[in-house]
Design a binder for this molecule. Sequence first.
Ligand code: UT7
Length: 331
Amino acid sequence: MNMIRARIAGTGSATPEMILNNADLEAIVDTSDDWIIKRTGIRERRIALKGRNETTLNLATSASLKALEMAKIGADALDMIVVGTVSQDMHFPSVACFVQDALNAKKAAAFDVSAGCTGFLYALSVASNAIATGTCRSALVIGVERLSAMTNWEDRTTCVLFGDGAGAVVLTSSQDDGILASALGADGTCWELLYSPNGSPNVPEILKDTYRKPFFIKMDGNRLFKKAIISMADISSEVLEKSGVSPSDIRLVVPHQANFRIIQALAERLSIPMEKVYVNIHKYGNTSSASIPIALDEAAREGLLGPGDIVLLTAFGAGLTWGASVIRWSF
Ligand code: UT7
């Protein structure tokens, strides 16, 4: 008997219009285009503005509408909406409930998942398990962040890294293709490597129209760097073994986009050539939960994926948390 699996039936993404490039940042903190590119691979990032009404909800909704259109299903067919985010517009209710309202997805259960930059993979795992166990037949999974609202524009060690955006996938059920296996991990003992304490940093003139939250981001980038590589490599190997897939079967790796050097080191550890690794960090920086679904959507729309292709997703983030999924692509 064939297993029921969740398959990705459509992808979508949305990013704010404003581009903040490395030269703009040179005018804000003591940094350089050269340092940022060499150490991170980032050339520019997108920043959500109040004047453009680029709220977390609106970014999430735009990405979702594109994913639903690609999947050719109506929002009224959705049974579940799960959003990975740490930068919701309001403390509560969840972004997922606002999206449910915006899409008029009347019969969908809706909730958010907080797992740092691994939020999308945690959300994907929850929703795909709900489909595999028959709890629901279709789901919308979103990764959305507006970390610019928490950026300390006086801290050059973090403010050059992050960007805003949203990505979404529509899941339906399948007998053959789809999410073959997922694995998740966490280590709360290392929470101090990346967290969001209270603070009200100054905002430079060029960024006066950004949304503000009463806390910002603190990170021990050096220690995270090593942990990110080891955690993503280990959990990727675990999930590949679980799904009976060898690294040479992989068509495309879509990793969390935190640092180009982390992505390179991960590929090396997994013995996967960089030609099979999707990278768009130069355009968006680190968009946390949104990075994988934005990259997956771009890869799908660029025609890099076809039926039967094996895709590996892996992420790492605050918590600490990490995760991976192996997918047999179906369209
Ligand atoms: O999203 C999931 C979680 N996040 C991550 O996984 C991020 C992981 N960490 C990283 O990506 C890297 O550690 C960073 C990009 C954050 C930093 O790169 P690094 O190569 O680890 O640099 P570093 O922290 O070792 O700093 C090297 C030097 C320091 O100066 P000294 O002490 O050598 O004089 C820093 O003060 O670079 C300096 N520096 C900067 N210089 C110019 C730090 N930030 C900047 C900056 N511009 N923006």
